[in-house]
Design a protein around this ligand. Structure first.
Ligand SMILES: [Zn+2]
Length: 223
């Protein structure tokens, strides 16, 4: 059961195709995984179409609306001209495990870069989305932890598979959270691993003890 959803504003901007490429991918993946937000996005689209075209024409327009084609067109506009859309790959392999990718990520699997191992049972792979923001897969093995940090900007995190917790909550498959510079947290895993995807619009800022020494390297999470 998904507990944490994107805001109403995010869903409206998603339906309108007006999110940044990184946030389109994050919110789109959540919507793939969340029947509640799927239904809500449909309502928003219906409402927008009614506003634009009036009642009579709306039914046929909404019926023929291909959201996936629209999103793909937005992502492809970030690619070099003439490059064909590569085949979708719905699996991701890491540390001998297979992770199923929701449709939005599967269609963009060709954007996933090389995995690199970070200290403390953490792995990271960049996702090339274009634009200013950084999008990364972050994989935390069992009993892993990320030092307490704040954000210079916003950090959006979506759990693709697994469980992690911070001081405030436990987050599971499909949970979506948005943290800003006022939030301090230290994500960690217990007996489960966790694959997440995270969008940052500013570097992490580590706040405690020795991990402050990581600050010069916080760009590791930001490229
Ligand atoms: Zn939702």
């Amino acid at each position: 059961m998904i507990k944490f959803h994107p805001s109403e504003q995010h869903l409206v901007l998603y339906a309108a195709g007006e999110l940044s490429p990184a946030m389109l991918m994050m919110v789109g993946t959540h919507v793939d995984m969340c029947p509640k937000c799927q239904a809500h996005v449909q309502d928003i689209e219906q409402h927008m179409a009614t506003k634009l075209f009036g009642e009579t024409e709306t039914a046929s327009i909404v019926h023929g609306f291909d959201e996936q084609a629209m999103l793909q067109a937005i992502f492809n506009s970030q690619s070099p001209a003439g490059s064909a859309a590569p085949a979708a790959n719905d699996s991701l392999y890491l540390e001998g495990q297979r992770f199923a990718l929701p449709p939005t990520l599967a269609r963009n699997s060709h954007r996933i870069g090389e995995w690199s191992r970070l200290p403390g049972k953490l792995w990271r792979a960049p996702v090339r989305v274009g634009g200013e923001e950084m999008l990364n897969f972050i994989y935390m093995g069992e009993h892993a932890s990320l030092p307490e940090h704040t954000h210079k900007g916003n950090e959006a995190t979506l759990v693709v598979n697994g469980v992690f917790n911070d001081e405030h909550n436990e987050y599971r498959d499909g949970d979506f959270m948005l943290l800003d510079e006022h939030h301090k947290h230290s994500p960690a895993t217990q007996d489960h691993d966790c694959l997440t995807i995270a969008a940052l619009d500013g570097p992490l800022h580590f706040t405690t003890g020795l991990s402050r020494l990581l600050n010069p390297f916080s760009s590791l999470f930001f490229k």
